[in-house]
Design a protein around this ligand. Structure first.
Ligand SMILES: NC(=O)c1ccc[n+]([C@@H]2O[C@H](COP(=O)([O-])OP(=O)(O)OC[C@H]3O[C@@H](n4cnc5c(N)ncnc54)[C@H](OP(=O)(O)O)[C@@H]3O)[C@@H](O)[C@H]2O)c1
Length: 223
């Protein structure tokens, strides 16, 4: 049984992959940095790993999904970008949309087409639940992830469990890469290991809307 984790080389995705390995799955890992991916693949004994920029090369996932027919697909790779919409670099904005929306949609479709039974978890964010000034496009991409997945849940055939993760702030490199100041939210940050374990546990329980941590539960209440 295979489990595919995009962005499985670091952060939350790495701990999700580790948890899935401990639960007996053979891993398929995808991320851009080949060296890092190789190191993690060796550590986690991942049978399959591919260095792909999913913002551009997401169609390569078709072959991988058709060949290995993973029973678990975690659409985790994603990025953020903080700043004023008007002054933000447009290329970075478009790449974020390509990764957070286009690649995730494509992979979800291919996974649903090829899966007999299993789990698909799409990583959204608490940013999906409310407007986020200075991170407008990021919040909108995560609202898309939440809405897409929630809309697909009734379409999923029996045996396929779709879920979306409303992840609250978690201590990973995400924030530095997004140039997102963290001084006033550091105190609420989850550990990526704990967040990943809880998310995977809830996914296997068949939860559709997965809120991890008290911040996520409160912030997304009724959303
Ligand atoms: N950290 C938080 O507080 C937080 C909160 C809510 C939601 N989230 C969401 O959680 C997910 C994981 O975030 P994280 O915090 O674990 O971030 P992270 O530490 O930056 O890890 C991101 C992972 O995705 C891979 N990745 C990034 N861009 C990629 C691309 N274009 N193609 C393929 N792989 C790519 C990275 O590897 P390479 O760089 O080698 O490609 C890495 O493995 C994201 O979807 C994020 O939006 C995070």
């Amino acid at each position: 049984m295979y489990a595919l984790v995009t962005g499985g080389s670091q952060g939350v995705g790495y701990y999700m992959a580790r948890e899935l390995k401990m639960r007996g799955y053979e891993l398929i890992l995808v991320a851009r940095n080949e060296e890092k991916l190789k190191k993690v693949a060796k550590e986690l004994d991942a049978k399959v790993f591919r260095a792909l920029d999913l913002a551009k090369e997401y169609r390569a996932m078709r072959e991988l999904i058709e060949e290995f027919k993973p029973n678990v697909v975690i659409n985790n790779a994603g990025c953020g970008f903080y700043g004023d919409f008007v002054s933000q670099d447009e290329e970075k904005i478009m790449k974020m949309i390509d990764l957070n929306i286009t690649a995730l949609t494509y992979i979800t479709k291919k996974a649903m087409e090829n899966m007999d039974k299993g789990y698909i978890m799409n990583v959204a964010s608490i940013a999906a639940c409310r407007p986020v000034p200075k991170a407008a496009v990021y919040a909108a991409t995560k609202a898309y992830v939440k809405h897409l997945t929630a809309s697909l849940i009734p379409e999923a055939p029996p045996g396929i469990y779709l879920s979306y993760l409303l992840l609250s702030p978690t201590a990973t490199r995400f924030w530095d890469k997004a140039e997102w100041p963290t001084h006033n939210i550091k105190w609420i940050m989850l550990s990526p290991e704990k967040a990943a374990k809880r998310a995977i546990r809830k996914m296997f329980k068949g939860k559709k809307r997965i809120a991890v941590g008290p911040v996520s539960v409160l912030y997304c209440l009724g959303k």
